[in-house]
Ligand binder design. Structure first.
Ligand code: MRU
Length: 345
């Protein structure tokens, strides 16, 4: 989905993923021939973004089942394979949500013939894919209501078609506002160190002719002070029961700056991103990635050998900085604890 590209496509027993490590320099597709390839793709960021890795894992589990030719072995190995998927990335809860959906369904149908199980499981993955796009379109419809005409929107990381099955979450709001004729403009944080903003969000917006300007992360505060930003919208990787939100590293700084400058800061995320088993953001596991993401820019080393590096890939924005959380069922406002509970039940 998106403008003449797709993020995820199941085709003839294989999973095709646009290779996000290579964008925007080349538009290559990474082919997953078996479930191990799918795990590699998630770990190595061929595919990334919370909803996208959930849907990808669902297809990976379905591919494992489709390639099984012995039902006893399948039943013996199924949980282990699910565990392998669960170990691929720790922060985005959509991954665990999707694995759980596939697992629940598998155990409902496990007594059927192997050929039937295969068909049903791949159909389940297709359903999660389709649902994700529908959910995102609803996020777009609700979200566009809070976007003023001519707004300058700042976003961080990539919460677009590339981070989902299609259409995006934060970028769903942007897409819906743009197609509704709101005449918006987007400031895109480059999002060091993996550069999801510069490489992916800017690419998506250019493809759709949505006006945008790329900035370095450390420029956001200055632009806000200059009155250039009306609204901030980002995606999320996990939202705790009290509304504290984990998202790409740097989101917290943007939220604090937005508060200081009296600019509304919104999160756009599907209900599958909520983890109400965690009471506050303190309980959200934060992934640390390879130090090379910081010491190198692509293959070029920029930091001295021997330098100590810390590379947390996400941070947590306390809910007091969040004006509202845009979901497929409506916008959640404070008090978050009560209103999240009401919407999820
Ligand atoms: O490390 P990534 O690229 O998977 O992190 C992605 C983000 O933090 C996104 O902002 C988030 O998943 C929302 S995507 C709809």
């Amino acid at each position: 989905m998106g403008d003449n590209f797709f993020t995820i496509k199941f085709d003839n027993g294989q999973l095709l993923l646009i290779d996000q490590r290579k964008l925007p320099i080349s538009e290559d597709y990474f082919i997953c021939k078996d479930y191990k390839d799918v795990i590699f793709a998630i770990k190595s960021m061929v595919v990334r973004g919370a909803p996208a890795i959930g849907v990808t894992a669902a297809y990976g589990i379905a591919i494992f089942v489709m390639q099984s030719d012995n039902k006893d072995l399948l039943l013996n190995n199924f949980d282990n394979v699910c565990r392998e998927f669960a170990a691929s990335r720790p922060t985005a809860v959509n991954l665990f949500w999707a694995i759980e959906k596939m697992k629940e369904y598998f155990y409902q149908i496990k007594d059927k013939a192997l050929s039937q199980i295969k068909t049903l499981l791949i159909n389940k993955a297709h359903q999660l894919y389709d649902d994700d796009i529908n959910v995102n379109r609803n996020i777009g419809s609700f979200g566009s209501t809070i976007v003023p005409n001519g707004a300058n929107i700042l976003t961080h990381c990539n919460a677009g078609a590339l981070a989902t099955a299609g259409y995006g979450t934060a970028l769903a709001v942007v897409r819906a506002a743009w197609s509704g004729g709101k005449g918006i403009h987007v400031y895109v944080d480059e999002t060091r160190p993996f550069l999801q903003g510069a490489r992916l969000t800017a690419w998506e917006l250019i493809k759709e002719n949505i006006p945008s300007t790329l900035i370095c992360d450390n420029m956001a505060g200055f632009l806000m002070k200059q009155g250039k930003v009306d609204l901030v919208i980002t995606g999320a990787d996990r939202i705790a029961a009290n509304g504290d939100t984990a998202n790409k590293i740097g989101t917290y700084s943007v939220a604090v700056l937005a508060k200081e400058n009296k600019i509304p800061f919104y999160i756009a995320a599907p209900l599958s991103t909520f983890d109400i088993s965690i009471s506050s953001g303190d309980g959200i596991p934060i992934e640390e990635r390879n130090e090379k993401e910081i010491t190198n820019v692509f293959s070029e080393r920029i930091a001295p050998l021997g330098v100590k590096v810390y590379n947390p890939s996400f941070d947590v924005t306390p809910s007091k900085y969040i004006k509202g959380i845009i979901t497929e069922k409506g916008i959640i406002y404070p008090p978050f604890k009560k209103n999240i509970k009401n919407l999820l039940h």
